[in-house]
Design a protein around this ligand. Sequence first.
Ligand code: NAD
Length: 272
Amino acid sequence: MKRRTEKKQAGTGRLAGRLCLITGAGGGIGRAAALALAREGATVIASDVDETAAEETAEAIRAASGAGMPVELDVADEASWEGCLAAIAAAHGPLDVLVNNAGVAMGGPLVDMTLDDWRWTMGVNLDGTFLGVKHGIRAMRARGGSIVNVSSVLALVGRPLIGAVAASKAGILALTRTAALECAARKYNIRVNAVLPGGVDTGIFHSQSWWPNLRADRGREADARRDIISDTPFQRLGSPDEIASAILFLASDEASFITGASLAVDGGYSAG
Ligand SMILES: NC(=O)c1ccc[n+]([C@@H]2O[C@H](COP(=O)([O-])OP(=O)(O)OC[C@H]3O[C@@H](n4cnc5c(N)ncnc54)[C@H](O)[C@@H]3O)[C@@H](O)[C@H]2O)c1
């Protein structure tokens, strides 16, 4: 059977006419999600703290005949959210979908972790998702919509040396459930769900500071990437497109009776 990642399926208009904002859309899973939602007919606002990367994603969407616009957004900064959402509303109208995807990773043993490193991780991953949920609900509550938060299997399964990320991602699950219940109780018609990726082959493995820390802590030239692969029942990393498919599903009307859910997309990692 061919892997779904080998060929980009043509869209069937599942998000035609929808306005979607994706955070951390400058690379990895966020970029794949931006392209997937645009292929399904959405107008996609590709946001990132790295404005150039956001522009590249928007350009890739337009190159594929989609509708994509870049915007600079630091998810950990509330003023940045307020300015960004006001500008989007003025230029494009009401938001239908928000994907809170931006995230960072910080590795190393808890006994050596500085409070600054802990707070940096929490600030982007958990504060950033809280601010997205808060302002996303405000932007969508008049006519409904869908919020998809990108958590991690680390929210479910313990793994050494990645404590700050795991704690932030578990917080995102609690936040997702609370937000789903509050939106339902207030009849906002906003669904709030979480996607939990396992190991996915993105820049997060190569460019951020946690990866060398993991190797150094093991005291050998450990291939931490290979370790994750061997702990994954499918014996491989996921692709950004495979996570994007789950985000697309939860964002779309196909998930119309799903809220407060956590969908693991992890090659079986959390089943063990
Ligand atoms: N790759 C994995 O194995 C994996 C596993 C589980 C969960 N995740 C989660 O998936 C999400 C996407 O990760 P990825 O693997 O694509 O990583 P990535 O590093 O490729 O992309 C993350 C993007 O977030 C942006 N970003 C960082 N800080 C930001 C901020 N303050 N405001 C806005 N944007 C910011 C970066 O510029 C980058 O474009 C993250 O939340 C990550 O925790 C990834």
